[in-house]
Design a protein around this ligand. Structure first.
Ligand code: ADP
Ligand code: MG
Length: 415
């Protein structure tokens, strides 16, 4: 299914193409049509499933069709628990709505309210907010929610965990009864269920499968190898003959470019796709790959998200991801539709903690392949390069090269 089939306004379709989105994610596919009809939505889905577009596109669509900006009233409100999430949502809405002229604003605590108030006074259609700051500004009469048409509660279970549920309930008393509500939560503890039954009217329920279930048809293995031998090992695999079309994941754009150079030097026809390449260059690489002209595509996670390639024979995790869910997403690109797929991961000494996290998530040990020609020699990590999985990485920030809107993919660990 394509976004086009969802009956979205053309300004939105244009922005989605520019974002590199090719097709709606499962939650988007299921939520957008009923949301466009004005139905309430109850979405049970975890981080990384594409919830933002699932609610933002119907909101933008409605506001485009029904432009009533003269009043300068807030028409849609999105409540989310943290400043980071609020910023991410705001940036996504700005991106999806860039051709619409719709005005968005984000407010959160911990910073001066003054610029936020100034922006609110100029008139805002869509407001993204954390509960505390919204409550404050509403009590100062800087936010008027009386004309609200659409209300979104994002990450409801985390609101509960973080102790914001009282503020949320208070805010709900300030908005009109007659409205559309979209409610998202990764889990449904009883207190959340109570809230659902209070604030949603005959909602469409949508659940998307947790990512931790890796397809059983995928054969997974890991090779322990030193960082500076990884490209040699990859070349050995690619030249071994029984490898079809392969997607190779690197952590950074720079890493992708460097690897492609090595592969080409070794006579392997490879291309990189990542955010620094133009949309045209990415599209060209993709169609060459699809037609079989090039066998190897080297991608960063971000660039790979929007692409859909069938019949991929191998996924190589050239760098192991620090977010275990990312591993599941990556290898899910092979072994589609019951086809057999193979995932080969390269793990150097510093990445061992990541491997452990991954195995914990998927609930099994990944088979170790120790029959390759570049066994690990470096067995200890210098103290300064140690990876702290709890507080994320210090010395090797995997997001260092990611664009701003893609920062923070990992949900804060629950207490
Ligand atoms: P969630 O709120 O469920 O955690 P997000 O809405 O933040 O998920 O989306 C996660 C990532 O996936 C973002 O980087 C977003 O740009 C990207 N994304 C969302 N939908 C699509 C799509 N249809 N195609 C490609 N990338 C997408
Ligand atoms: Mg989200």
């Amino acid at each position: 299914m394509k976004f086009k089939e969802l009956n979205l306004e053309k300004q939105l379709l244009k922005a989605l193409t520019e974002e590199g989105y090719e097709k709606p994610s499962p939650i988007q596919k299921q939520a957008i049509p009923p949301a466009l009809e004005g139905r309430d939505i109850l979405g049970c889905a975890q981080t990384g499933t594409g919830k933002t577009a699932a609610f933002a596109l119907p909101i933008l669509n409605k506001l485009i069709q029904n432009k009533d900006r003269k009043q300068k009233k807030i028409r849609a409100l999105i409540l989310t628990p943290t400043r980071e999430l609020a910023l991410q949502i705001y940036e996504s809405i700005e991106a999806y709505g860039r051709h619409t002229g719709i005005k968005n604003c984000v407010i959160f605590g911990g910073v001066s309210a003054k610029p936020q108030i100034e922006k609110l006074r100029r008139g805002v259609d869509i407001l993204v907010a954390t509960p505390g700051r919204l409550k404050d500004l509403a009590s100062q009469r800087e936010v008027d929610l009386k004309s609200l048409e659409i209300f979104v509660l994002d990450e409801a279970d985390r609101m509960l965990d973080m102790g914001f549920i009282h503020d949320v309930k208070k805010i709900i008393t300030m908005i009109p009864e007659k409205r559309q509500t979209m409610f998202f939560s990764a889990t449904m503890p009883s207190e959340i269920q109570n809230l659902v039954s209070k604030i949603l009217k005959n909602p469409v329920k949508i659940e998307v499968a947790p990512v931790s279930s890796t397809a059983d048809t995928i054969e997974q293995s890991v090779c322990f190898v030193d960082k500076n031998n990884k490209h040699r090992l990859l070349i050995e695999f690619l030249k071994s003959g029984n490898i079809g079309s392969s997607l190779v994941f690197t952590r950074t754009k720079h890493g992708a470019d460097k690897l492609v150079k090595e592969l080409i030097k070794a006579g392997i026809n490879a291309r990189a796709i990542h955010g620094n390449k133009s949309q045209n260059a990415r599209q060209a690489a993709l169609s060459e790959f699809k037609s079989g002209k090039i066998k190897v595509l080297v991608a960063t996670d971000l660039a790979a998200r929007g692409i859909d390639i069938e019949e991929l024979s191998h996924v190589f995790n050239y760098d192991l991801p620090n977010i275990p869910e990312t591993y599941v997403h990556r290898i899910g690109r092979t072994g589609r539709a019951g086809l057999e797929g193979i995932s080969i991961s390269f793990c150097n000494i510093e990445e061992k903690p990541y491997l452990k996290d991954i195995e914990k998530l998927i609930g099994k040990k990944i088979v170790v392949n120790d029959e390759h020609n570049y066994p690990m020699i470096v067995m200890s990590v210098p103290e300064k390069d140690k990876i702290n999985t709890k507080n994320n990485t210090k010395s090797r920030n995997p997001r260092a090269e990611a664009p701003r809107s893609d920062r923070k993919r990992r949900p804060n660990k629950k207490k």
